[in-house]
Design a protein around this ligand. Structure first.
Ligand code: IPD
Ligand code: CA
Ligand code: CA
Length: 273
């Protein structure tokens, strides 16, 4: 595959197939461990990791490197690795929703994104419990199990079902999203907290949620879902409109219609509609 130019349609299909194969292999590992058991370790007071996270990540990295040995890989549990072609960077969360998984709460996912020259090129998010596979490649639309998906048409915050999350440093910092959560809960129709950022993004893409925000995310939480949401017609930014970075921690992700209203609510401004 030529590395000088933007990946062609057929290159994007090959890359997407690799991502799907890797996510499915990891999903199988998670399903087996959910049935047979797993070991839990603590990274910090409330931050867990299991051997299922690590084994799923191994399968993803093996699958990607078997197909694209020169590509770089940033994976949550092992950090930076892979080959030396810095134009391609895979970003992997082998188990998004570890706390849910560890408690037997069946809401978690595998998330794989690919950056090309720093742009989010494609994303795959697999919910192995519901057998829902979300996929997208830049310019080719977003799909769930092969069916096109689109964001919702809800136009106001007070009719919106929103979702958010809290980082593992919730006890250590005042910038822990609790203030936004209580304020926005009074302005939205309702706010949920599911525990899987990648699925939260896909649920906005599929029109199940109308918007999502979070204060402290890592690139692997977002990389897969961002492309899926954009290709479904959604909008992403940091806490300032037009300003988004996978490495920027803050995220506002919506159906587009309510984006300004959600930003205003985050910044405590009155509704601007
Ligand atoms: C977490 C989940 C959660 C979000 C946290 C993430 P992990 O990822 O995505 O929904 O609120 O900020 O760290 O640790 O389960 O992969
Ligand atoms: Ca995660
Ligand atoms: Ca994880």
């Amino acid at each position: 595959m030529p590395i000088q130019s933007f990946p062609s349609l057929s290159d994007r299909s090959i890359l997407l197939e690799t991502a799907i194969r890797a996510a499915e292999a990891a999903g199988t590992v998670l399903t087996e461990h959910a049935r047979s058991g797993f070991q839990i370790e603590y990274k910090a007071a409330i931050n867990l990791v299991t051997d299922a996270d690590r084994r799923a990540e191994d399968r993803i990295v093996q699958t990607i490197l078997a197909a694209h040995p020169s590509h770089r890989i940033l994976a949550e549990e092992r950090g930076q690795g892979g080959g030396t072609d810095s134009r391609y960077q895979w970003i992997v969360d082998p188990l998004d929703g570890t706390t849910n998984f560890a408690h037997g709460f069946p809401f978690y996912s595998v998330s794989i994104g690919l950056e090309h020259d720093g742009e989010c090129l494609l994303g795959v998010v697999l919910d192995p419990v519901r057998h829902e596979l979300f996929t997208a490649a830049m310019g080719q639309g977003a799909y769930m199990n092969g069916e096109r998906i689109h964001v919702s048409g809800i136009e106001t915050l007070d009719k919106s079902l929103l979702v958010t999350g809290f980082a593992y440093n919730i006890r250590e910092t005042p910038n822990n999203n609790l203030d936004h959560f209580s304020r926005i809960s009074l302005r939205a129709q309702a706010v949920r907290r599911t525990g899987s950022a990648a699925l939260d993004l896909c649920y906005v893409a599929a029109g199940r949620f109308d918007g999502y925000w979070e204060v402290t995310l890592s690139p692997w939480d977002m990389a897969g879902g961002i492309v899926i949401l954009r290709e479904a017609g959604g909008l992403v930014s940091g806490f300032t409109k037009g300003d988004f970075s996978l490495y920027g921690q803050e995220l506002v992700a919506t159906n587009g219609h309510i984006h300004d209203q959600l930003l205003d609510a985050i910044h405590q401004r009155p509704d601007n509609r």
